[in-house]
Design a protein around this ligand. Structure first.
Ligand SMILES: [Mn+2]
Length: 279
């Protein structure tokens, strides 16, 4: 099965959808390896027209590259495979939308992208700051993602929004608690014309409205806020994005599958509003 709105072969596509079912370091509810598969099923229930962008997805060329077959037990081999795949599509000039899997997959994605876009900025929507150096001795965990990324992208180029599960008081001016939309204008002003990557940890949503996550946290943002924020982000030069930590095994599988597919529709439109210069 492929996404209902995947309408193009790789060669013609502007956007490539890539499933990355990496699911290794879960510390609460495992199961996010099934995220991309369920999102594909959910896409049957989603209109191609977006009332938020007032645009139709069928006017864009989209290719579904399927899921990577990953060696779950080896982080090094997994990262290498992800990086190689991102390199392949980036060299072809495609925008990649990756679907997790756990948040850890963002590390090799942006590690590769920053070699193509040295000025890359990162925007993270997430309940968690993911800035631990390690979790239970594991340096490559869903809780260490931003810490690892800050080792090859300067921390002042990483913007963290929607946080509310943190291990210490906010550490810098790039960390924003509870809201996303409220701070996006100032973040946008600081990013300017630099290329930008969105990592959307779906647990940024309130767990009361979106419980299908690995590590639920209350007092999150609403659907309204998320959709409005994605539209706002489209004014930036978005060169890629991911949606991670969706766990369809938790509850109301087909309902949340459809919600995720609808968010994916918006993310594709977000990436296609500003023409990205060819590499
Ligand atoms: Mn999170």
């Amino acid at each position: 099965m492929i996404f209902d709105f995947a309408n193009a072969k790789l060669k013609k596509a502007q956007t490539v959808i890539l499933g990355i079912p990496f699911d290794r370091s879960s510390s609460y509810v495992p199961g996010n390896r099934f995220g991309a598969s369920f999102a594909r099923i959910g896409s049957c229930n989603v209109e191609s027209y977006s009332p938020y962008f007032n645009q139709d997805l069928s006017n864009y060329k989209i290719h579904d590259a399927g899921d990577l077959a990953l060696p779950y037990s080896s982080v090094i081999k997994t990262f290498r495979q992800i990086q190689k795949t991102v390199r392949k599509y980036t060299k072809l000039g495609k925008h990649i939308l990756s679907i997790g899997g756990e948040h850890t997959v963002t590390i090799p994605i942006v590690k590769e992208l920053v070699t193509h876009y040295p000025e890359l900025r990162i925007i993270q929507f997430d309940a968690h700051s993911d800035t631990r150096d390690q979790l239970l001795g594991d340096k490559y965990s869903h809780a260490t993602v931003i810490k690892r990324i800050s080792e090859f992208i300067p921390a002042d180029r990483i913007y963290q929004l929607g946080l509310r599960s943190i291990t210490r008081p906010v550490e810098n001016q790039n960390q924003y608690l509870f809201s996303v939309l409220k701070y996006l204008d100032q973040v946008k002003n600081r990013i300017g014309h630099h290329p930008c990557y969105l990592t959307l940890d779906i647990d940024v949503l309130d767990c009361g409205i979106f419980p299908a996550v690995q590590t639920p946290v209350p007092n999150g943002i609403s659907y309204q806020e998320l959709f409005a924020s994605i539209v706002k982000l489209s004014e930036l030069d978005m060169v890629g994005c991911d949606i991670v930590e969706y766990n369809p095994t938790t509850s109301a599988n087909l309902t949340y599958a459809s919600v995720v597919a609808e968010i994916i529709r918006e993310l594709i439109l977000m990436m296609n509003q500003v023409e990205t210069p060819k590499i």
